[in-house]
Design a protein around this ligand. Structure first.
Ligand code: C5P
Ligand code: C5P
Ligand code: C5P
Ligand code: ZN
Length: 475
């Protein structure tokens, strides 16, 4: 049996990586602590389990020399890196040369300047790592190759659902839908009966939020009299000729019939038009949704976007075990614990956004920045920065650079841009990498979103360097 897999451009690399893994039979799996990293690990570990591997899984906040040395100390002959590894290829390759371990990498970050034989990354074949394939997508391509080369009955196409959660969690959707190599994965998931694709309201929380909350918390599009306005949302809904309550409780979006959804959506669009929301913004109210059809309705797991936020609420708070448990079929009641973590995460995101709104950002010529110190956890400051971009006082025409205290010696940096800025030449991966190294730190990522760690006390020098590099890029 030999096919090209879901991403033909990566077939050769996937086969080579799968064969190398099958040769060893025993691996250490190392992955990143966000939604994409967790789903990458879930996809890879399921594939390894099905292929009869002995393996162990570890999660890391950031891969650096110290962490790679810790991985080497596990004394596995083979280490599979998912959702990171490419950016630290120089360090990993040095361990490979020293005979510490054989690396196999399935990642989508900008590779460092070094080579290794078993490296699966969309950027190496001219595909975009920020919008066409995520870490979980790369892990999925590998899982498909493992099934094919390992002579087993499962084809691993059911894992496409988790791969889509990873891509959505990394915000890879372009104009509301997954494109490029991600499309091939969606198609395999639909074919395997684990995914359904639909066009629906694109607001966050359709599965789990009572209707007024769905609209009140809509930050994606600001609708005057509804967004951020509890009484306004209730008034809007009560003014419609549909019974949106059941036994006195507000229903959720997924409880509504198609006709009811149509009525509410049309009324929302009409309301937005009347309040002067620009047509371009109104169009983004509707988008492609990815439903995990084997998961229970009305839970976060049913919707790729809510699923990914649930996962971010675990591993970014040192509970990767809970997130992985959720991905692996709700092992040990993981879902309950994840939901508790989620309410904490939501509160932190909203307090983080409130902090940025209250304190404001400092405008340099080519970027804007804020230093949250201890006010925002370093593991979520990037999410807050991304959500803040384009809101009141935060310009959408400059990248945003967010700093938070990591420990006494180090400051974490997260940078976020927009598609328009990237088309004008912005590459935040290079900005974070070069600016951080100029002050003795390190960083990398994607053109549209990247991060770094810098020594405490060098923040201003770092921001100045970053400002100069953005100036050069966007001319
Ligand atoms: O480490 P990793 O690749 O998983 O993280 C990607 C990050 O880039 C996420 O935090 C995601 O929100 C961000 N991103 C973004 N806008 C995009 C694509 C990615 O903010 N268009
Ligand atoms: O790391 P990244 O920037 O991708 O994270 C953004 C996260 O914020 C996503 O998981 C997204 O689901 C979440 N989000 C949210 N509420 C919103 C908008 C986004 O929780 N209104
Ligand atoms: O941490 P944050 O969400 O800002 O990360 C944005 C992107 O930059 C992610 O893809 C992350 O893996 C990458 N990053 C990196 N090196 C760092 C920090 C972040 O490659 N030191
Ligand atoms: Zn990723």
């Amino acid at each position: 049996m030999s096919t090209t897999g879901p991403v033909p451009d990566l077939a050769e690399r996937a086969t080579a990586c799968a064969d190398r893994l099958l040769e060893s039979g025993e691996v250490l799996l190392a992955s990143h602590i966000d939604a994409d990293g967790l789903t990458s690990a879930a996809v890879a570990s399921t594939a390894l389990e099905r292929a009869g591997f002995d393996f162990e899984t570890v999660f890391k906040k950031q891969l650096d020399e110290t962490e790679i040395a810790t991985i080497a100390a596990h004394e596995y002959d083979t280490v599979l890196f998912t959702d990171f590894g490419s950016g630290q290829l120089d360090v990993i390759a040095a361990h490979e040369r020293a005979g510490d371990f054989q690396p196999v990498i399935a990642d989508h970050h900008q590779p460092a300047d070094a080579e290794t034989a078993f490296h699966l990354n969309p950027l190496l074949e001219g595909l975009d790592g920020a919008s066409e394939l995520s870490g979980a997508g790369a892990a999925y391509v590998l899982a498909r190759a493992l099934a094919e080369r390992g002579d087993q009955s499962a084809d691993n196409c059911d894992l496409a659902a988790l791969a889509v959660v990873g891509a959505v969690g990394d915000m890879q959707a372009v104009g509301g839908e997954l494109v490029g190599a991600n499309r091939g994965i969606v198609e395999e998931g639909v074919e395997a009966g684990v995914l359904a694709e639909g066009t629906d309201l694109s607001l966050y929380g359709k599965q789990t939020r009572p209707l007024p909350k769905l609209f009140e918390y809509a930050t994606e599009v600001q609708i005057p009299g509804v967004s951020g306005d509890e009484a306004g949302s209730v008034r809007f809904l009560e003014g419609l000729d549909v019974d949106l309550k059941e036994a006195g409780e507000w229903r959720t979006w997924v409880d509504l019939t198609d006709d009811e959804r149509q009525t509410v959506a049309s009324a929302l669009v009409k309301h937005a038009v009347q309040r002067g929301v620009p047509a371009k913004k109104i169009n983004t109210l509707v988008g492609t949704t990815y439903e995990l059809v084997d998961e229970p309705r009305g839970t976060e797991l049913r919707d790729a976007s809510e699923f990914s936020t649930l996962l971010n609420a675990t591993a970014r708070y040192e509970r990767a075990d809970v997130g992985l448990g959720v991905c692996l079929g709700n092992r040990d009641g993981a879902l309950d614990r994840a939901q508790t973590l989620l309410s904490n995460h939501r509160r932190n995101l909203s307090e983080g956004l409130e902090y940025v709104r209250r304190e404001g950002v400092t405008h340099e010529d080519h970027l804007q920045w804020f230093d949250a110190g201890d006010a925002i956890r370093e593991t979520i400051v990037g999410i807050v920065a991304g959500m803040a971009l384009g809101t009141d006082g935060v310009s959408a025409s400059k990248p945003i650079v967010a700093l938070a205290r990591k420990n006494d010696e180090e400051t974490k940096v997260s940078a976020r841009g927009t598609g328009t800025l990237v088309r004008e030449g912005l590459d935040l991966s290079a900005v974070m990498g070069e600016a951080s190294r100029s002050v003795g730190g390190d960083g990398g990522g994607h053109d549209i979103a990247a991060g770094a760690t810098v020594p405490a006390g060098r923040e201003q020098a770092f921001v100045d360097a970053a400002d100069d590099i953005v100036a050069d890029q966007t001319g």
